[in-house]
Design a protein around this ligand. Structure first.
Ligand SMILES: [Zn+2]
Ligand SMILES: [Zn+2]
Length: 369
């Protein structure tokens, strides 16, 4: 095996920090938990930090600052900037700049976490190794106008260490008693929580581009997976997100597990956020219909090119459903150009016929000649 590490490109600051924090979180914290019991105050603080830090990345860094999918009052911006820093994923300016480039150049060389360079690169490799040239931060000029964002960028390291590691240790010292309590705060609420939240974010860049299905588009590698949604605070519906990146929802269906979306809805009810951006349901269903039609046509062509005969009845059924979908797409485009809302019944029919086409595809079997 020819595997050489390009040492001249290693980002030693990032690599050393990630190595130390991951070792503390994965090895030292479990040993500590085996030897010592944590009291309810410490477990509550751990749960609070897991939720606050994780949501600050998904709701704050991602949907608010990177995609501007809603507007937020200063307490929400300040809170997500402070707890977002506690995840040790850089300042929001750098994070959003990388993320906007990811969306603009998905699966291409300029994509910072380009999955075509392999799972390891997309997951963590891009953080460990320096790019040949430092990328310009010219895509976050809008964010620089926010004084809170500028403040966080300037004091990011200080905020991250004080709020993310030192403060939990100080609380532990008083809440659990002495140095054992301080160590509990530092190792469990600090290091272990940082590792869990970081891995959750890293999975979005790696596994969410490999695992799951693509109901909205196959233009890029992004995929939808409810399993990934469970470990990424709802960001696992990544195929939808790449197709409609400005929507404040990732799990767009009411039953999709998307705690980030629910938190935004709650903050909206409390009057702390406004101007939630949503893609019209007809547009979403139209994307699903176009993708189903494309998949059906590709499958039919594949089977036609192979030796053997297809069940004529199944082919006729699939062709009939493709024609129906084409009519529906035309219907959508006419109503969209005339700015008309499609009725609930129409949307239901479109969805029903899309589902029928997808299950009809499963019935297409090749019989040997
Ligand atoms: Zn992505
Ligand atoms: Zn995004």
């Amino acid at each position: 095996m020819n595997f050489r590490i390009p040492f001249h490109r290693v980002n030693w600051v990032n690599t050393s920090f990630l190595f130390v924090i991951t070792t503390l979180g994965v090895i030292a914290a479990p040993i500590f938990l085996y030897l010592h019991d944590l009291n309810w105050i410490m477990w509550s603080m751990f749960a609070f930090y897991m939720i606050a830090t994780g949501l600050s990345i998904t709701l704050g860094y991602h949907r608010l600052f990177s995609h501007l999918s809603f507007k937020a009052k200063w307490p929400v911006r300040l809170g997500t900037l402070i707890f977002g820093a506690c995840a040790f994923e850089n300042s929001v300016l750098h994070w959003a700049s990388d993320h906007r480039r990811h969306h603009k150049h998905t699966d291409h060389d300029e994509d910072p976490y380009d999955i075509t360079k392999g799972f390891f690169w997309a997951h963590i490799g891009w953080i460990l190794f320096k790019l040949d040239a430092e990328q310009p931060m010219d895509n976050v000029k809008d964010l620089r106008r926010d004084s809170l964002v500028r403040f966080q960028d300037k004091f990011y390291v200080l905020i991250a260490f004080v709020a993310g590691l030192i403060f939990p240790a100080v609380v532990g010292y008083f809440a659990m008693g002495g140095m054992v309590g301080a160590l509990a705060g530092f190792l469990v609420v600090g290091a272990l929580r940082v590792v869990l939240v970081q891995q959750s974010t890293f999975f979005i860049n790696s596994l969410c581009h490999c695992v799951g299905n693509q109901p909205y588009s196959t233009r890029c590698s992004a995929r939808d997976s409810w399993i990934m949604a469970l470990v990424t605070y709802g960001e696992g519906y990544h195929n939808y997100h790449h197709e409609f990146q400005h929507d404040y929802r990732n799990g767009v269906k009411p039953w999709n597990f998307d705690p980030t979306k629910w938190s935004i809805m709650l903050l909206h009810k409390l009057g702390l956020v406004s101007d939630l951006r949503r893609v019209a349901t007809s547009k979403i269903v139209a994307a699903e219909m176009k993708e189903a039609q494309r998949k059906a046509e590709v499958r039919l062509a594949e089977l036609a090119a192979q030796d053997g005969t297809l069940c004529e009845h199944a082919v006729a059924k699939v062709n009939e459903l493709i024609e129906k979908l084409k009519e529906n797409i035309n219907e959508f485009e006419t109503s969209f150009s005339e700015s008309l809302e499609s009725s609930r019944e129409t949307l239901k029919r479109w969805r029903r016929e899309t589902r029928a086409l997808m299950s009809g595809l499963g019935e297409l079997r090749l019989r040997s000649a």
